[in-house]
Design a protein around this ligand. Sequence first.
Ligand SMILES: [Zn+2]
Length: 418
Amino acid sequence: MSANFTLFCSQCHYSFPPGKFVYVCPQCSHKNTTNTPPHGVLKTLYPYEEIKEKYKGAPLFTQLKKNQFLDILPIEKAESMGPLKVGQTPLYTFKTEKENGEIIPFYLKDDSQNPTFSFKDRASQLVSAYAREQDIDTIVAASTGNAGSSLAGICASQKQRAIIIVPKTAPPAKLLQIIMYGATPVLVDGNYDAAFDLSLEATRYFGWFNRNTGYNPFTIEGKKTVAFEIFDQLKGKLPSRIFVSVGDGVIISGIYKGFEDLLQLGVIKKMPVIVAVQSSKSDNLLRNMQNDAFEMRPATTLADSISVDYPRNFFMTRKFLQTYKGEGIIVSDEEIMQAASLLARETGIFAEPASAAAMAGFLKFLHKGNYDENFPALVLSTGSGLKDIQTPLKKINLPQPIKPNIDALKTMVEKAEQ
Ligand SMILES: [Zn+2]
């Protein structure tokens, strides 16, 4: 059983007492200003040596899985996760064609199959479970879309109250899920940062639990479970590369953290190569990899879930990428839309633009000709295309109506075949 987590600040190396929950390192977050990514995001550690000892002599991963990974999660009971099936998403093998005609297989992990159609359910579920174990019945989040709708859905299933603070400019489509799930949307006259700050004040004032991405360390812990599933579904092998879309850097950190836990436990001997993919119109994370002073360029990508000025988990992501020799690829918005279209036509998976960025990164890597691996790469798809229909709608032409008779249809089919 767990609740034996220890929060650790990888910036100042301070460890909190085991089992003590804090959102961010008070020491490091003290220095935060509005024109730099936040310092002091915490990492959750577990007594790895004790866990190894506990399962000594038995296949470790099998034991961890049997115990529903509670040894390396910050909750005590699996029931706290509630009734919805989060994770256990399909991992498909597809094929795509290189420019030279060579057929290349790749894996696609489809996380749009989660209850609210996005990867964010992994984080919402764990945060909700922890709140339940602490007898906190209200969870607040600042969001521009998927995190809010995800929390709303998970809280509905857990009979918890969700307060979602969004900028007033949030498109109505994004509010629809939040309202349908019965959460309370709070529209603020300000941007995402203003919503974020208000959520922190509300957390202090009302004693609500806060799910903000890159603020609550357990969002990373929830997201890491995808690494366990990949390892399990590929029967202990690792993909040659894992392509991940990056905005705030919390999903990629989650994947790194999951594999790092397995590394600490000796389940894997080396880390997979993870490739961070950003849009050229929102590349603040990759562009600042080597910089001492963070230089922000306002994000304008159409892939709105990865449109980020100051990545909330910049410092941890940079450290992961540097420590484990991760890679970075920048793609254009055009390449993202082409990848979304190709993915949908060739595989039947309709991904939102922010999610298709990972596929765009994989295709770019492939066409550069430097793909000679003997084991396929994996592309992570993080959200359904139905989450953001406005962007692709602008790029497609709807056909003109025809008369409902066979001659008109024949003409149309002949024309299409030309
Ligand atoms: Zn610190």
